[in-house]
Design a protein around this ligand. Structure first.
Ligand SMILES: C[S@@+](CC[C@H](N)C(=O)[O-])C[C@H]1O[C@@H](n2cnc3c(N)ncnc32)[C@H](O)[C@@H]1O
Length: 346
């Protein structure tokens, strides 16, 4: 206390208060997130968090030996997570605290998506200096993006579309840009009579999806293939039995390459699958001023899209594009709380 008073006398109260306020805000809102997220990604990727979700306590010495990890690195990471209240500690054993368990369970999808884009954020300086170009010199990790978005959408968005499909009694569904097929696996688990097809551009995501659906025993009900949905005419004859199609957070990826690319795809869909609805879930971009008034996840979401050849647009632009594609009926549900919307296009 004496030393603190002495320091305040030396530097002045306003200066000391400014340091305290800015350190607290800067560390809590900025620097801490960077260090904590990197640590969490490493612990997830080496399997410690999964192990902690399965076992009540994990002896990290034994875990390090089993997984061939450097204990001198693992130990301080675990100690820091203990200090942050994410882990509990009992001798050499660590476990997830309630806060840590919630993060591992609820935030896992976002953490995976964030890891999927991490190389982009680590490469901002060469990207700024024109030494690297996204899409040429680096790319997001498609398997993590697909898995993460599936895990995250599983919490609200997939069940919402499942409800729409079930209410209308559709038995055969095509998911366009299906990632690792999480939505289709969920759909089959909820509806024993349904059969599904999925298409995604990323072979890594499809490979992971095929592994997951074999594990779930769904190989006779779900068929996934790696293909650009812009080339859907190449496979449309195999898909004529579909009664409806879904597309979750993919149209903004096509839109980056031009309105004509998106419109060509939408028009092909209408021509190849007449009378079959397309249910599109899309991000709806608010103006930057609105995000400044109500800051949240959306700021980061739109930032990583802007850096990686994606173009989410506002609600009026989505509607205008769907009209331009010739859909006669456009049913819209605006989920403003999630900066997203569901469009049922016929
Ligand atoms: C944000 S992820 C969404 C994945 C999944 N629909 C979901 O909601 O969890 C976007 C997906 O669209 C896929 N994609 C992007 N462009 C595509 C295209 N032209 N054809 C097929 N898939 C595409 C990507 O590979 C990625 O898996």
């Amino acid at each position: 206390m004496f030393e603190l008073a002495r320091t305040v006398r030396r530097f002045g109260l306003p200066y000391m208060l400014r340091l305290q306020k800015t350190y607290r805000a800067g560390w809590d809102e900025m620097i801490r997130g960077h260090l904590e997220t990197s640590t969490m990604h490493a612990l997830l990727n080496v399997g410690l968090i999964d192990e902690m979700q399965k076992q009540p306590r994990v002896d990290i010495g034994e875990f390090a030996a089993r997984a061939n990890l450097e204990i001198k690195v693992l130990q301080p990471l675990c100690e820091a997570f203990y200090s942050l209240g994410l882990f509990e500690r009992d001798g050499a054993a660590y476990s997830l605290s309630e806060k840590g368990r919630n993060v591992a369970e609820v935030l896992r999808g976002w953490l995976d998506v964030c890891y999927g884009y991490s190389e982009v954020f680590h490469s901002l300086e060469p990207l700024l200096r024109k030494q690297m170009v996204y899409g040429r010199d680096l790319y997001r990790r498609p398997d993590y993006v697909a898995r993460g978005s599936g895990e995250m959408e599983q919490q609200l968005f997939f069940p919402m579309v499942n409800d729409i499909l079930s209410a209308r009694g559709f038995r055969c569904v095509l998911d366009l840009g299906c990632g690792d097929g999480t939505f289709l696996r969920h759909l089959c688990a909820q509806n024993p009579d349904i059969r599904c097809f999925g298409i995604d551009l990323a072979p890594a995501a499809v490979e992971e999806g095929n592994r997951a659906l074999r594990e779930a025993g769904l190989q006779n009900r779900i068929s996934l293939r790696a293909l650009d949905i812009s080339k859907i005419d190449q496979v449309s004859s195999d898909l004529q039995e579909i009664e409806a199609a879904t597309v979750f957070f993919v149209l903004h990826e096509l839109l980056y390459f031009g309105e004509d690319v998106l419109l060509d795809f939408l028009k092909s869909f209408r021509r190849l699958f007449p009378g079959r609805p397309l249910i599109a879930f899309e991000a709806v971009r608010p103006p930057a001023e609105e995000l400044r008034r109500n800051p949240g996840i959306a700021i980061y979401y739109f930032l990583y899209h802007d850096l990686t050849q994606q173009k989410p647009v506002d609600a009026a632009t989505w509607t205008q594009l769907f009209r331009a594609a010739g859909f006669a009926s456009i049913e819209e549900r605006h989920l403003d709380f999630a900066r997203a919307a569901i469009y049922i296009l016929n």
